[in-house]
Design a protein around this ligand. Structure first.
Ligand SMILES: NC(=O)c1ccc[n+]([C@@H]2O[C@H](COP(=O)([O-])OP(=O)(O)OC[C@H]3O[C@@H](n4cnc5c(N)ncnc54)[C@H](O)[C@@H]3O)[C@@H](O)[C@H]2O)c1
Length: 334
């Protein structure tokens, strides 16, 4: 029988309220013991709402509360300092994506986790969703993949708001933020591409002051002959999410809550549906998974080493955009 793990949530914004705080409340394996936000009002409101101590300083929280792990849901540029503080205190981390903002930071943090022996799991939730694991099995039935098409869009009314509007703070724009999920699937299913040609724009809201791209189009190619593209936009509605991989015998198409295998003419051969697409306890299930990683009873599917290619993919995409030439992501594996 495992002991209940004591968890603190750092960064009390949208994602903490949507997923992590309710997830901890539902988790049989973990309990919330403290919250932290640099915003005094948010720290106080979180402490009041969840009846736990609230902090504005993570180091004080780590010293006084000594949690088993921290869930970090902070702006991207703050991730590094949070992981460093936790590693210094030998406290494990469940880190909201992305793992890091560039390949150097990714390599530095991976080495730090290694050296201090802390476990870090990046919360890319599709890795914990059964349909995405099923898609991996279905891919074995379509022959050699030669085409991949990904699309992930939604409409955010003001792309200039907060840290997400600044490329320096967010480590990029929609590609580094929501695009991280599609990049994760691409790398999981097909590996790191050999060439990436990317272009982006921050022109959806004329007059608004932001430099983090609202839309990105990424062409990718593998030496095997497989090629395709990803379109990511946080300005172009409607909300859509789709990844299709086509091979010599057919396709696998995964959309929100459904995965289908098609024959070469596009006729459906089989499909699997998950209803609801994201059940209410999905966040708790991810937290429980991490508790089992800490107990040593489950492997960590999303540790630092698994995320070095993601940072390399993003660096190659942004380098390609700057040079208007294809870039090889492997050259960015630090
Ligand atoms: N997995 C997903 O689907 C998903 C969805 C949304 C957001 N996210 C991720 O979650 C993270 C947070 O995003 P969000 O939308 O909640 O952002 P947000 O801006 O709503 O919240 C971030 C919070 O962090 C706080 N903060 C800033 N610096 C801090 C520091 N040094 N110490 C403690 N708190 C600090 C801010 O005051 C704010 O309350 C990001 O990494 C984002 O990519 C993931």
């Amino acid at each position: 029988m495992s002991v209940i793990k004591r968890a603190a949530v750092v960064g009390l914004g949208g994602q903490a309220h949507k997923d992590h705080l309710p997830g901890l409340a539902d988790s049989p394996l973990a309990e919330l013991v403290a919250v932290c936000d640099v915003d005094t009002g948010r720290a106080a409101a979180g402490a009041e709402a969840w009846q736990v101590p609230g902090y504005t300083d993570l180091t004080a929280l780590l010293n006084e509360v000594r949690p088993d792990f921290v869930i970090a849901a902070v702006p991207h540029h703050v991730g590094r300092e949070v992981i460093k503080a936790c590693a210094g205190a030998r406290v494990h981390v469940m880190k909201e994506k992305p793992f890091a903002t560039d390949p150097h930071e990714a390599a530095e943090l991976a080495a730090l986790c290694d050296k201090t022996g802390i476990e870090l799991m990046v919360t890319v939730q599709r890795r914990f969703h059964p349909l995405y694991a099923v898609a991996l099995q279905l891919l074995e039935q379509i022959g050699t993949p030669y085409l991949v098409e990904g699309r992930y869009t939604f409409h955010c009314p003001d792309p200039s708001t907060g840290w997400r509007g600044r490329a320096k703070l967010a480590g990029g724009g929609c590609l580094a933020d929501m695009g991280y999920h599609l990049i994760d699937l691409l790398i999981w299913y097909l590996g790191l591409p050999d060439r990436i040609l990317a272009d982006t724009s921050a022109a959806a809201a004329p007059g608004a002051d932001y430099d983090a791209e609202d839309t990105a189009l990424v062409h990718l190619a593998y030496d095997s002959g497989l090629y395709g593209s990803l379109l990511i936009s946080r300005s172009a509605g409607p909300k859509s999410e789709r990844l299709a991989v086509t091979g010599s015998y057919g396709s696998v198409v995964i959309e929100r809550g459904v995965v289908r295998r098609l024959d070469s003419s596009g006729q459906a051969v089989e499909s699997l549906v998950r209803e609801p697409a994201w059940p209410g306890n999905a966040a708790a299930a991810r937290i429980d998974h991490f508790c089992r990683v800490l107990d040593g009873t489950l492997p960590n599917p999303s540790g630092p080493a698994e995320h070095l290619p993601h940072a390399a993919f993003l660096a190659a995409a942004y380098s390609s955009r700057a040079s208007a030439r294809p870039a090889d992501p492997k050259e960015f594996l630090a």
